[in-house]
Design a protein around this ligand. Structure first.
Ligand SMILES: Cc1ncc(COP(=O)(O)OP(=O)(O)O)c(N)n1
Ligand SMILES: Cc1nc(C(=O)O)sc1CCOP(=O)(O)O
Ligand SMILES: [Mg+2]
Length: 344
């Protein structure tokens, strides 16, 4: 066996492991994201076990760091990482290029190892999407705590007046969720909500309908477990828009991350006057999400200023509410007290 092949495998395996470690450290210590850390760790272990199957000793013996012409060719760019995005992008690239090199060179000696490196490379593409989306979404929703769901109301003027109150109350997100209006009326309400929210800092999400979200240039869409997938919703909405997903158990929450959702609804937490449910994952589910997920998560279902402290005690500091705000005589007072409870 040509020693140069072992030298190449040694260098590429070190590069892959190092790139993966940088990403894992960032997600673990910088983001405190247990789920993503676990996924990255599992890829690292998988990679280690494939590398072990190759002849690691021969590979190390063939190492010639001082004779490597590449060690003195480091570009300026390699020392310059101006933000988390650059740092992660560079290290995912390093990982993927190293995996490709391992795959191509392993083909010369061990086709099973080559296939394993190929699988690891595909997994790294998915992980890149999950990590980058989660961190970007955490930034997008950094100051977002109160998400209000409203229906289309009895008329356009009544609707406009409700939206005006919610904007004065500084609701962070308003979702238009109406299961009864015909499409044209729904589009008219959505257009009105778009005009009222534009430039205010309040995000505008359409429930269920990426087509309507696109028509009115909403900020995003919210989909449920039996509706369009995140990828399908993005296909309709176009790039740069938010897609949220309802989740009712921890596996659905993990799947939403793998699908590249920007946020999740987690519930139902308590019995709700807005929608009826047979099953309540409740506070236990909120605790599970808080323990391992940093993708923005909004507790939903029967949340009011009277029980919001239980939500924060479960580790969730964002809520999506409907009844407690829309039926209040003073929506602003409710939003203010929710906000101070969530901040506490
Ligand atoms: C923020 C948020 N979370 C959950 C839901 C519920 O969505 P879904 O399960 O699709 O049910 P419907 O709202 O469509 O009845 C939501 N709308 N928003
Ligand atoms: C629409 C909806 N979805 C839920 C879920 O758990 O997925 S709970 C819910 C109702 C939210 O309204 P309220 O604050 O009035 O209970
Ligand atoms: Mg829905």
């Amino acid at each position: 066996m040509d020693i140069s092949l072992w030298r190449t495998l040694d260098a590429a395996s070190n590069r892959a492991s190092e790139g993966l470690r940088v990403i894992e450290d960032f997600v673990r210590y910088g983001q405190n994201d247990k789920y993503l850390t676990t996924e990255l760790k599992s890829l690292r272990h998988q990679l280690d076990s494939t590398l072990k199957k190759l002849d690691r000793l021969t590979s190390i013996q063939s190492r010639d760091t001082f004779g490597d012409v590449g060690t003195t060719l480091q570009g300026k760019l390699e020392q310059a990482r101006s933000n988390w995005h650059d740092l992660l992008t560079a290290n995912f690239k390093r990982l993927q290029q190293a995996l490709r090199s391992l795959e191509e060179h392993a083909k010369l000696i061990d086709s099973a190892a080559a296939t394993a490196f190929e699988q690891a490379r595909y997994q790294s593409y998915s992980l890149e999407k999950m990590v980058m989306t989660t961190i970007a979404a955490s930034n997008t929703f950094a100051d977002v705590a109160i998400y209000v769901l409203i229906d289309g109301q009895a008329s356009q003027p009544v609707f406009e007046s409700l939206v005006t109150k919610l904007l004065h109350a500084k609701a962070d997100v308003i979702q238009l969720r109406d299961k009864n209006l015909d499409d044209r009326t729904l589009v008219a309400r959505a257009q009105c909500l778009r005009q009222q929210t534009v430039g205010t800092g309040t995000k505008f999400i359409v429930n269920d309908r990426p087509d309507i979200a696109r028509i009115v240039s909403a900020d995003g869409v919210h989909v449920g477990q039996e509706e369009l997938t995140v990828a399908q919703a993005r296909m309709v909405l176009g790039p740069g828009k938010l897609v949220g997903v309802s989740t009712h158990d921890i596996n659905q929450a993990r799947q939403a991350i793998r699908d590249g959702a920007d946020y999740i609804g987690v519930g139902p937490t308590f019995p709700s006057g807005t929608k009826s449910f047979d099953h309540f994952p409740g506070l236990d589910f909120l605790r599970e999400v808080a323990a391992e997920i940093t993708l923005p998560a909004f507790a939903i279902g029967g949340i009011t200023a009277d029980n919001a402290a239980q939500v924060t005690a479960a580790g969730i500091h964002r809520v999506a509410v409907s009844g407690c705000v829309n039926q209040a005589r003073d929506p602003r007072a409710v939003i203010d007290s929710l906000r101070s409870l969530l901040a506490g």
